[in-house]
Design a protein around this ligand. Structure first.
Ligand SMILES: Nc1ncnc2c1ncn2[C@@H]1O[C@H](COP(=O)(O)OP(=O)(O)OP(=O)(O)O)[C@@H](O)[C@H]1O
Ligand SMILES: CC(=O)N[C@H]1[C@@H]2OC[C@@H](O2)[C@@H](O)[C@@H]1O[C@H](C)C(=O)O
Length: 371
């Protein structure tokens, strides 16, 4: 692979992401100068086996120890299996796997060692994107918003729009693409909306041994239990003014709100909770955006999409409507952010993570043979 990250002009970055739903590792190429997206390229995916997923799940919420080391090994090995033999990148943006996230108290932990990947793949690797934001008082998340700003410009949009990511956790970014730089006042407002698919996945796994509610089929057969929904919405997180972010399991006890319900009613209610959390999030926006574009696996769930369409005050559509790939946006984001880090540009700002001033996160590891 090429290693010319010092060169002027655009770079070809390979972003890799292992998200909170623990399904697998996504990889995607993006060509960018750190400001504009020039093109999107090849993509790849490597699912975790049930055994690998169990090793990572066993380490969630932990900060150190054997379980964390075992998870880190699984994460690194899966990335190497996906990336070995990949050609044509100038650098890699490696997010790793978040195991624990408590930015106000203990920090944030993404496992997988970027220096090991740099050596094994013989390519510069940008990683540990969240720590310096947290050290400067930020939430360390969400980090995709600077990329969302570039996406809105790439798609030729001029109006204020929202990007809604529905992975394990949900996050919303309001973008005003008419403001040239993402760190400038008014360009972005971003925060985590609440749990998205994680509680529903956990329910499907626990009761039916299935990874998720495919096509929302289970939820479609059930009724939403309004009492449980109201209890959920009384959680103080929703009234909290952004910036704010969540750990995957911050709402894991919400499955207990649906414990007495049938499988179908429980699935319908957890799906409604995800949509209701997004509707609550909109209350923190100064005015509704012209449209909301949905990315992440939740957009494949028609029951969830229908609930969003009913509860938001603006049209809702998958990001494919503006030519983006909603299964790869997060991987592309970390490729894009890697180039910003390599160029010394900020990757977060007060309106995305609450950090005191715009800051660039990330460590650059060069392969040892080029040091
Ligand atoms: N066909 C489908 N029907 C219903 N739900 C789906 C479908 N495909 C994916 N999902 C949901 O989307 C989830 C995966 O979403 P995604 O890949 O965006 O998560 P992630 O990137 O791991 O999470 P995060 O953005 O929180 O880091 C699955 O676990 C499942 O809940
Ligand atoms: C700490 C952490 O890994 N957070 C993830 C998670 O998954 C979705 C949401 O919670 C978001 O805040 C973030 O990921 C995306 C990629 C982000 O940083 O923008």
């Amino acid at each position: 692979m090429s290693r010319a990250i010092g060169k002027k002009g655009p770079l070809r970055a390979l972003g890799v992401m292992s998200g909170t739903s623990l399904d697998g590792v996504d990889a995607a190429m993006v060509e960018t100068d750190g400001h504009d997206i020039l093109s999107f390229g090849e993509t790849g995916y490597r699912p975790y086996s049930p055994e690998e997923r169990a090793v990572i799940a066993a380490a969630l919420g932990q900060w150190q120890g054997d379980a964390v080391r075992a998870a880190a090994e699984v994460v690194e090995a899966a990335h190497l299996a996906l990336l070995e033999g990949w050609d044509g990148a100038d650098l890699i943006g490696f997010h790793g796997q978040t195991l624990a996230h408590a930015p106000r108290t203990r920090g944030t932990l993404q496992v997988g060692d970027g220096a090991v990947l740099a050596d094994r793949l013989v390519i510069p690797v940008v990683w540990d994107f969240r720590s310096s934001d947290v050290a400067l008082g930020g939430e360390g998340a969400p980090l995709a918003p600077f990329f969302h700003h570039a996406c809105a410009r790439f798609a030729g949009l001029t109006e204020r729009i929202g990007f809604l990511n529905l992975g394990g956790v949900g996050n919303l970014t309001l973008v005003d693409p008419s403001i040239a730089r993402p760190e400038d006042a008014g360009a972005l407002l971003a925060f985590d909306t609440g749990p998205a698919n994680a509680p529903l996945n956990d329910l499907m796994q626990e009761r039916l041994g299935q990874a998720y509610d495919e096509g929302g089929k289970m939820a479609a057969r059930g009724q939403v239990e309004q009492g449980a929904l109201e209890l959920f919405l009384a959680e103080p997180y929703f009234a909290r003014v952004p910036p704010k972010s969540l750990d995957r399991n911050d709402f894991s006890e919400m499955v207990s709100l649906v414990r007495e319900l049938s499988d179908a009613d429980a699935a319908a209610t957890l799906t409604a909770m995800c949509a209701a959390a997004v509707a609550q999030a909109m209350e923190h926006c100064p005015s509704p955006p012209a449209r909301v574009f949905v990315t992440g696996g939740g957009r494949h769930n028609p029951v969830l999409m229908q609930m969003l369409a009913v509860s938001l005050d603006c049209p809702v559509a998958p990001v494919e409507e503006i030519g983006l790939d909603g299964d790869m946006l997060e991987a592309q984001a970390f490729g894009y952010l890697a180039v910003r880090v390599a160029r010394g540009l900020p990757t977060s700002c007060p309106t995305t993570t609450g950090v005191r001033a715009a800051v660039g996160g990330g460590t650059v590891s060069l392969p040892s043979e080029s040091r």
